[in-house]
Every structure is written in C-alpha cells, then in structure tokens.
Ligand binder design. Structure first.
Ligand SMILES: Cc1ncc(COP(=O)(O)O)c(C=O)c1O
Length: 480
C-alpha cells in the first residue's frame, strides 16, 4: 500500500484499541505515527521529520533504509521462502566468514559464530555455552547492567526498572516478575566513578599496584563464591543501558582477573558493536584484550531485520567440535537476516565505519562540552573518545553533584514522571523535531547514527541547548 493511501485515523484507532503498549499505561499512551524512515530521520504521515539522536535503541548505526541493505533483503526474499539452520545458505556462510575472518580475524581469537534473532537470545546463548564449557552454574554481572529481557539475560540485568516489572502511574507501586531466576546471577559494583558505589574517588581508589577498588571487590566476591563455581563474568565495555563509561584501566583489569581466576569473560557487544565506539568492536580499544565469548545483535543488520549472534573463541569452538549440540532455534540464521548481515557488513567495511564514527564523535564531544560550559544543569559529559554513545548527567548543583532524582539509577518508573529532567529534555527537543532522551531520570543518552552529517548534528545540539535552558530555568525557579 502506498504511504498516501493509508487511513491514519483507522491506524490510530486499531493501535490504541488492540496493541499492548509498553513503558506507558494504555491510558497514558501517546500515539506517534511514523510513515517511513530515511537517513537520520523518521517521517510522520503529515510530512513532519524527526531527527533521531538515539538511533532508535542505539541500533541503527548507518543511514536508515540504506539502499544496498534494502536490495539484499529483496534479493533474499526472491530466492528463499525459508530454510532452517540444518541447511546451509550462501548468505549464512558469507556472514559467518565476514564476522569471524574479516572483522575479528586480525585479533586471532575468534573460532565460530552462531546466529539467533535478538540481543537477549545472543546473551542466552553465550550463558549456555559458558556453562556447558565450564560445567559451572554461576554468572557474575554488575549493578546497572542491561543484558536483555529473557530469563538468563534478565538474570544478568540488574537495572530493576527494566526487568519487565509493572509500575503504577498513580502510586509508587511496582510488581516485579515472580519467579525470575536470580540465584545464580551475582552482581558486583559498576565502574561508575561519578557516583562510586564504594564511596571512592578516581584515581585515588587505586591500590599501590594500580588495581581499581571496584576490581578488587569483584575479585573478592568471586573468591567468596569460589571461582570453581563461576562460569563467566559478563560485561559490556561501555554500559549502554546504565550509561556508565569505565575508566581506561577497568576492562584490561577485568580481562586479567578473569584469566587469572580461570573464569570466562563474555563481552556483550549488542549495543557497542559494529563501529559504535569508534572500533569494529568496543573491546578493540584495549590492545591485547580479547574476549572468550562475544554477543552481537542490533547493528549487525543495521536493524533492518532482527538478528543476534554469539562468537566463540577458538578454544571454546574446539571444545564443541567433538559434541552434538542439541539446541534448536527455528529462525536462527534466517536467510533474509543473513543476507542483510552480509550487505550491512560489506557496506560498513567499504565506508570504513569506525573512522566515520571517530570523525562524528569529535564533533559531538566538542559540542557537548560547549553545552556544559553554558548550562549549570550539566554535571558531567561522559563518553569514550571516538565513540558515538555519550551520556549527560544532569544535577541540581554541579559542585555537590546533587541529583534531581535522588534514587538515580535505582528509580522506579512509578507515579508522576513529568518533572524528571529527562522528560523535560525529551519534550523540549521534540518541539524542535529532535528525538533525544534516556532511560533514567537524571541521565541523557545521546547516540546519533554514526553517519550523521554536521548540519544534522548541529540541529540536534541546538535542540539540546534549548532543552537544557528549560531545565536551568526550572531549577532556578525551584520547579524541579
Ligand atoms: C548490551 C545489551 N545486551 C542485550 C540487549 C538485548 O537485546 P534485544 O533487545 O535485541 O533482545 C540489549 C538491548 O538493548 C543491550 O543493550
């Protein structure tokens, strides 16, 4: 059906009546119709365009609807209805080779990849593989972690607000999901230096040998459990959901500690992978650091088709050689997703996407630091050099770092959220045709497409400037 032939009044009625909406109660739901997407923009039926400063869920790394990816999908639809994983398609073989050999080959660790349909499934697969390989049950994760919503992935997710709970718009009421298995998922502090859970200040938190305090407590917890009971520690490099950018020493120290204690390290690159952090994968920022297992999803197909995957180290892949793995996932390595994966990686390689990200990151970082100079409500601008995933911590008082919402990352999304600084930023940016926001009340997550132009970036920054002015004004007037 052509865009013009759509009856949007009917769409609204059916959407409001039949779809089970998330994040808002059905009564609060605000219909935002999108007729099509192109480049860095979403287009509404009335022609209004919205600049996407979040790349949706930080998953559309290059232009929306890239013609090469579109064509590859069309070609695959013409050739295949469906075949499951027991049969090999040329697309699957090529996608596996592109990931294991072309993107990861130079680092010398990757052995094989298995595909799935989402980031959560990728994490589930990594957890199952880690437990099968080691024969151990326990998993180490971190406060503020987000690794997905299925049982195992949700076990690793320690942000309570996003573990599929129900909250009430009227009262501070929360219904956690009964029966979620948290018993074998143990959490340790996040490397969040701005508000250290251990009360330290970076870099004075370091011990004489340079070990960070959060690494020391992590090791203590693993030793308390017994390393021989721990299959793996799972981390992202930058915590995309929790918006935590670790100090430079952190990931190398995690890798050294996990090797020394004989436990696996799962690097969850679902959000940080495919150029987002200025390298193909974010671990490549640290020379000599390689994971045992790596989960991927989101930008693997530029989100044009659902995808997930787990990459196994050579050692773990060798272990699997001698076994039959009785694991069935109907849509794993779906031919259309594999075709989209091949086209996406080929396009990203041709444009040297990590270099594109690094250029855009420089512009974004500079603009955000300028905004910080201008707006007292910006307590901290956080990010990694070369990356396109930046966080802004909003505070009542820059000197004392007093947050607007004291619960910060532990907040429950219940009751009235209208006066949260992030809600104000979202609404003010929307007035200027820009989509920007974040998960937590005080923290803005900015992750535009890596291919954003300078002009588009300036449009986003001007909208943010306008929005931060409103937060400053409301703070001054005691309204927040
Ligand atoms: C780091 C990380 N892991 C896993 C997931 C889950 O991915 P999905 O939503 O595709 O299941 C996400 C989603 O945002 C993520 O950011």
């Amino acid at each position: 059906m052509s865009e013009n032939a759509i009856d949007w009044g009917q769409v609204k009625e059916w959407d409001e009546k039949y779809y089970l909406h998330v994040l808002k109660s059905q009564g609060e739901y605000g219909y935002v119709p999108i007729a099509r997407t192109e480049g860095s923009y979403l287009y509404m039926p009335d022609g209004k365009k919205l600049l996407d400063f979040s790349s949706q869920l930080v998953c559309v790394n290059i232009d929306q609807g890239h013609p090469r990816i579109r064509e590859a999908i069309k070609e695959a639809v013409d050739r295949y209805g469906f075949v499951w994983e027991a049969f090999c398609t040329d697309y699957r073989a090529r996608a596996a080779k592109l990931i294991v050999e072309d993107l990861l080959g130079p680092d010398g660790w990757a052995g094989r990849v298995r595909f799935s349909n989402s980031g959560s499934e990728a994490v589930e697969a990594a957890l199952i593989i880690a437990r099968l390989f080691t024969g151990r049950p326990n998993i180490i994760t971190r406060e503020y972690a987000y690794h997905g919503w299925t049982m195992g992935a949700a076990g690793c997710t320690k942000l309570r607000a996003v573990r599929s709970a129900l909250t009430s718009p009227e009262a501070q009421e929360i219904r956690d999901v009964p029966g979620f298995n948290h018993a074998s998922f143990h959490f340790v502090p996040a490397p969040f230096c701005y508000r250290c859970s251990l009360g330290h200040t970076y870099p004075s938190c370091k011990q004489p040998d340079g070990t960070l305090a959060c690494i020391q407590i992590t090791e203590n917890i693993i030793r308390t459990l017994g390393p021989e009971t721990v299959a793996a520690m799972i981390t992202e490099i930058t915590m995309g959901g929790g918006c935590v950018h670790p100090p430079l020493e952190y990931i190398p120290q995690i890798r050294e500690m996990t090797r020394r204690l004989g436990i696996l390290w799962i690097d969850d690159e679902v959000m940080c992978g495919f150029g987002r952090m200025g390298q193909w994968f974010a671990y490549q920022r640290y020379p000599g650091v390689t994971p045992d297992l790596m989960s991927i999803a989101k930008a693997t197909t530029n989100s044009a088709i659902p995808i997930g995957g787990v990459v196994l180290s050579r050692e773990i892949a060798d272990f699997f050689e001698g076994y039959r793995w009785w694991s069935i996932n109907t849509f794993a390595a779906h031919p259309i997703a594999m075709a989209a994966t091949c086209a996406t990686i080929e396009v990203m390689k041709e444009m040297d996407l990590p270099a594109v990200a690094r250029r855009a990151s420089k512009m974004l970082e500079k603009s955000l630091l300028e905004l910080q100079d201008k707006h007292p409500c910006i307590g901290m601008v956080a990010g990694s050099e070369g990356g396109m995933l930046w966080g802004v911590e909003m505070v009542k008082d820059r000197k004392t770092r007093e947050p607007f919402v004291t619960e910060d990352r532990h907040f429950l999304p219940a009751g009235d959220l209208k006066k949260f600084p992030n809600t104000v930023i979202r609404d003010k940016c929307a007035e200027r045709g820009v989509l920007a926001g974040g998960v937590f009340p005080n923290t803005l997550r900015l992750a535009p497409p890596l291919t954003i132009t300078e002009e588009e970036l300036n449009q986003g920054i001007e909208a943010l400037d306008y929005a931060f002015s409103e937060v400053d004004k409301m703070t001054k007037e005691g309204k927040m």
